[in-house]
Design a protein around this ligand. Structure first.
Ligand code: SER
Ligand code: ZN
Length: 534
């Protein structure tokens, strides 16, 4: 797909969507477009109207056999946002005075707007014209505003044209037709680019947008400092919507948020809720690089964008407040929800290998365990090498749709063992770590033996040992000083680690900062070394 021109006209009880798709053949075979709940009015290919013999329409697809290598498809469909209750595609949110129309296209909602190769690896440049009654003064779509005005011969109607210069998959398309107020601000990026920032909400809510605006500016700065990533468009818009399925959505330049995840006021919002608003603003902003500019080759790679982005928003939050409190909160959530998922009938790998409905995989395993894998890699590499790896990831894959393997390959430029973390993406179940320790007075050594075991989840291959970074510190019993600190990498079923020159029996602290998403059993203190016993 090279370019997509959309013209969406919203009427009282339906919408008409005209699309012009400019496509060039990449591989041999039929041209397959996805489409659901669309009424096809007309379709032409390279200027010639197609009749029902020229294409095949089946449940969910429209197939054109023998398409030329370069085609311009012009498709007109009718959709009905007013009766779309799936909160997916283009739908009506709210009623009466509060009626507004918004989109949710991740993962496969765009096919409810028009026929399209609705897959995340199909990237295109979108231009969107929106037309509606003037009752809805707010007309927004991705990118930069090119033009707005009155509709000739229809005094009650107006339009706006938006152009997004970045190549993007259809799941990042968004548009909004509403009557909203806006809080504006601006931010100058590290590259000297001035960006207009806007948060749109119902007028009654506009005074609850300041926390979100500050969080947005803090996130923009944080990503420049910590990952060298600056924002790329002239505008960044956030829209608060009361009927929204997900928490929020990172549509390119036009985030759509559930009001619960963006509105915050000191009078009515608790501190913890306000922290979570900031974290979600940061999460969606960080997706601009991890998700949007580098996207997923297919939906199996959902954890690629979500795991990394959750790790980034957790790190941002840790920098904004007490990092220990943040870590305790994140681990408490992981253990309460993800561990339970991994221990029950819904256990699945961070990267599933098959799905019937990808919507069912927006899980704590994909998000939170996915973030823990990135954290383990970051801790194993150390800050400097992790940054080298992420710089390499952005350098290599900007503008592409990639896989978890690509991610690991970039991160492993300073250390090839990082590639072995792929097994964490493949294997369900929470590993259990147990072991024993023995202090040998005569030799002045401490020996720590650790074993790992993961339950066999039915339907998956027999579990194998994973690389488990166990952050370890030895403390002096009396002074509390740290005598030694090591990152032990447990990557066998059982492994023994020896610390030498330990003058006195220390207090051992394992899995510090919860360095891996595992259950740690009590480590048994041996009075005699096992080797001495035999
Ligand atoms: N992609 C969205 C998000 O995680 C879906 O909730 O931000
Ligand atoms: Zn996300």
């Amino acid at each position: 797909m090279e370019t997509v021109d959309l013209d969406i006209k919203l009427f009282e009880n339906h919408a008409q969507v005209d699309s012009t798709l400019k496509m060039v053949r990449q591989i041999a075979g039929d041209l397959v477009l996805f489409g659901e709940e669309l009424e096809l009015i007309a379709i032409t290919m390279n200027g010639k109207p197609l009749t029902a013999e020229d294409y095949q329409q089946q449940a969910g697809t429209l197939t054109i056999a023998n398409a030329p290598d370069e085609v311009v498809l012009e498709i007109q469909v009718r959709i009905c946002p007013q009766t779309n209750t799936a909160l997916e595609g283009f739908y009506m949110a709210g009623s009466g005075d509060e009626t507004m129309f918004v989109t949710q296209c991740e993962p496969e909602g765009f096919r409810k707007i028009t026929f399209y190769p609705d897959r995340p690896d199909v990237l295109a440049i979108f231009t969107t014209r929106l037309e509606a009654d003037k009752r809805y003064p707010t007309l927004l779509a991705n990118g930069n505003l090119v033009e707005a005005g009155e509709v000739a011969d229809a005094p009650d109607r107006h339009y706006a044209i938006w152009h997004d210069p970045t190549n993007k998959p259809s799941y990042l398309f968004a548009c909004v037709v509403a009557d909203l107020d806006v809080l504006t601000d601006s931010y100058t990026t590290s590259e000297g680019h001035e960006v207009l920032l806007e948060i749109y909400a119902k007028s009654a809510d506009i005074d609850k947008c300041d926390v979100g605006m500050q969080a947005l500016k803090d996130s923009m700065k944080w990503d420049e400092v910590n990952y060298g990533r600056a924002y790329d468009l002239d505008r960044y818009m956030i829209v608060a919507v009361s009927q929204f399925n997900m928490g929020a959505m990172e549509n390119k330049g036009l985030n759509i948020f559930n009001t619960a995840c963006v509105l915050s006021s000191p009078e009515t919002t608790t501190d913890s809720r306000s922290f979570s608003v900031k974290a979600i603003i940061a999460h969606e902003y960080f997706h601009n690089w991890t998700g949007n500019r580098i996207t997923c080759r297919d939906w199996f790679q959902l954890c690629l964008k979500e795991g990394f982005t959750v790790y980034r928003d957790q790190s941002f939050s840790a920098d904004q407040q007490s990092s220990a409190v943040q870590r305790i909160d994140d681990v408490a959530t992981l253990r309460a929800h993800q561990f339970a998922e991994d221990a029950g009938p819904l256990a699945h790998p961070v990267r599933p290998e098959s799905f019937v409905e990808i919507n069912n995989f927006y899980t704590t395993t994909v998000y939170e365990k996915g973030a823990e894998i990135v954290r383990m890699i970051a801790n194993t590499l150390g800050a400097e090498n992790f940054r080298k790896g992420t710089d390499e990831y952005f350098r290599r894959y900007d503008g592409q749709a990639v896989t978890v393997e690509d991610f690991l390959s970039a991160l492993s430029i300073t250390d090839s063992k990082i590639e072995s973390f792929i097994d964490w993406y493949r294997q369900p179940g929470t590993p259990m770590v147990s072991g024993h320790q023995y202090y040998d007075h005569a030799a002045q050594t401490l020996t720590i033996t650790l074993s790992q075991q993961t339950r066999h989840v039915s339907g998956f291959a027999a579990p194998k040992p994973l690389p488990i970074p166990v952050a370890t510190a030895l403390f002096d019993k009396d002074t509390g000083d740290i005598v030694a600190e090591r990152m032990l990498l447990l990557d066998q079923a059982t492994q023994t680690f020896t610390c030498e020159n330990i003058a006195r029996e220390p207090v051992v602290s394992l899995l510090r900062d919860f360095s891996a998403p595992v259950q740690l059993n009590e480590i048994i203190k041996m009075r005699f070394g096992i080797f001495a016993q035999t």
